[in-house]
Design a protein around this ligand. Structure first.
Ligand code: CP
Ligand code: NVA
Length: 311
């Protein structure tokens, strides 16, 4: 893919609509090839370092397997075991790792730390989730929506829940690609205003709409997709009880699903908590595509890795 080699992937807002569309198409081709038993070793001899300061099932395994399938190697680096956990600076770590690796994926708390790592490293840095963004998840989600709905332009997605990382990346990615996006979050958990402003600019450019509300029932009107995420994200475990109260009206259940279009699908980045943000009935029901989404992390990230790192 032209113009992507050597770039960082810190937020979807750093890419154009065309670049994201090309990545999704490329992911679709890689997925089809893989299912037909064909795969080109696009990253032969390349190594991706994967720094984790938070837990992960999908991100870790899909990046590691993705590198392997492309002929390269992924190294899991727990921040507890790196010298970064004992005070070595991000800047020094970035320069040292640039001497060994061909790319770095990092999952951590602060978006600023990821930006600093990217500034100081001279290899591509990929954001594997911060408190503010989760762009790799949304790349896979866009691929999934395209698979199930056949298009992105004009498809309405309603996100019900915390206005944090998933809401921000979905809002940006969806509005860039022409999706009508509605975000419903409790009053004290609304998305960051700056990101809402950026997303509404993107929505305008792609002839789409963006609605921010605190009413889940309003958000799901005419929705093709209902999406949710956990009430307490990683690092917020101590707020669990308080959040259960604040989010009580933001559960995705049968009643909410019935307010959307008949053919509505349910999505969740996972891990899910049945009985909290989603009922077991919806999560495990026929409209749920959560495992297709999870699988697509692999294919979307292989496209991303090959675009940023292959010769
Ligand atoms: N959705 C997601 O990023 O999952 P993990 O936390 O398991 O990586
Ligand atoms: N909002 C969740 C997403 C996990 C993939 C978290 O940050 O924990």
């Amino acid at each position: 893919l032209k113009g992507l080699k050597g770039r960082d992937f810190l937020t979807l807002a750093d890419y154009t609509r065309e670049e994201i569309e090309e990545l999704i198409d490329f992911a679709q081709r890689l997925k089809t090839n893989y299912k037909n038993g064909k795969q080109a070793p696009l990253l032969q001899g390349k190594t991706l370092g994967m720094i984790f300061e938070k837990s992960s099932t999908r991100t870790r395994v899909s990046f590691e397997v993705g590198m392997y399938q492309l002929g390269g190697n992924g190294i899991f680096l727990s921040s507890n075991d790196l010298q970064i956990g004992r005070g070595e600076t991000i800047a020094d770590t970035a320069q040292v790792l640039s001497g060994y690796l061909d790319g770095i994926m990092i999952r951590t708390f602060s978006q600023t730390d990821v930006e600093e790592l990217a500034n100081k490293a001279n290899i591509p840095v990929i954001n594997g989730l911060t408190d503010v963004y989760h762009p790799c998840q949304v790349l896979a989600d866009l691929l999934t929506i395209k698979e199930i709905k056949g298009r992105l332009q004009g498809v309405k997605i309603a996100y019900i829940g915390d206005g944090n990382n998933m809401a921000h990346s979905l809002m940006l990615g969806g509005s860039m690609l022409g999706m009508d996006v509605a975000i419903a979050s409790p009053k004290d958990y609304q998305p960051v205003e700056e990101i809402v402003t950026e997303a509404s600019k993107r929505a305008y450019q792609s002839d789409a709409s963006l609605l921010i509300t605190d009413d889940a029932r309003e958000a799901v009107q005419q929705a093709d997709i209902i999406y949710t995420d956990v009430w307490a994200s990683m690092g917020q475990e101590a707020e669990q009880a308080k959040r259960e109260v604040a989010f009580a009206d933001f559960q995705v259940n049968r009643e909410l699903m019935q307010l959307a279009k008949n053919e509505v699908n349910f999505m969740h980045c996972l891990p899910a908590h049945r009985g909290e943000e989603v009922t077991a009935e919806v999560m495990d029901g026929l409209q749920s595509v959560v495992f297709q989404q999870a699988e697509n992390r692999l294919h979307a990230q292989k496209a991303l890795l090959a675009a940023l790192m292959s010769d």
